[in-house]
Design a protein around this ligand. Sequence first.
Ligand code: 5GP
Ligand code: MN
Length: 353
Amino acid sequence: MLTKIIDNARIEAIKALIQQANNIVITCHISPDGDAIGSTLGLYWYLKEIGKESHIIVPNMYPNFLEWIDGSNNILVYETQTEEAKQLIVDSDLIFCLDYNDLARVNRVQDAITESKAKRILIDHHLNPNIECEVQISHPEASATCELIYRIIDALGDTEQITKSCAEALYAGLMTDTGNFSYNSQNPDLYIIVSELLKKGINKDEIYNKVYNVYSEHRLRMIGYCLHKKMRIYPEQRTAVIALSKEECERFHYIKGDTEGLVNMPLQIKEIDVSVFLRQDDNKIKISFRSQGEVHVNKMAEEFKGGGHKNAAGGESYHSLPVTLRRVESVIKRRAEFDFNNKPQHNTTNQAN
Ligand code: 5GP
Ligand code: MN
């Protein structure tokens, strides 16, 4: 039995909203990750099993390593299928907001959601939810949004309706948002859920291989290049910074998802507990922050119009790469401001994606 964390009133409210709904849309954040795609497809398959059709709309394309998840080929991408996706959102009567806490995180989908008269259900594990909705399920202590989807299905008494496809999707999110159960993965309930998903016939080792062992040669060589040539260590700040220019991305035939996880690697160095990765895209620089322990990188990310969790956050910059690097450098030099090790009054939930 799972520990109850979602109250009955909310579960009843979700049940009623699903029953009343005729046109359901499921959305997730921009640059969807394993938890975003896993939770949307997990919910999609559950709804289908209880007789409710739905449409999944993502702001932009998800990475290739998630395309094995059953149903992913039906996902609508707002960036390229704008008219169809927009119409579905505007005509919908129930919108699920999964794995994001603010409408700014869905990019242009925000306009369609705001225009739509649909009721909204938010299910998320980021701090400080800021979306007007009928039902808000926000649990920053949850390891993944997929965990919350499982808990909701369980609380609805519907675990029988979890098919193998649904279980695979949910497992993918749990696995990726915990770094294959290496962080945010201390709650015993998580393993009850994994156990139940395994009983649905999923092959967890195969899922690991499909997500993590599908690199192209270029991708692995780019990682080697970054670690060998590009990683800069700031010993006093226990910080590593890697910055990759557009030209370098092109040299290694960069495709979406190729730098996923790279930011975590410098944390393998014993003396490093903050890692920053910058990638120059077409029109902006994407900045990823990771930390271990009590350095709150979401606060660092806020200096770059971003945010996130204590140990995993992101932001962006519209300056040149050298200018952005200088700004990053000045922020990490102020590391002590973001380090709550000696500030015990602060709440310390461990968080990733
Ligand atoms: P990543 O570095 O993997 O892109 O993002 C790590 C986490 O940081 C995400 O799960 C998300 O919570 C947060 N994040 C990344 N980019 C942004 C951003 O531009 N704005 C905000 N508010 N959060 C971000
Ligand atoms: Mn997540």
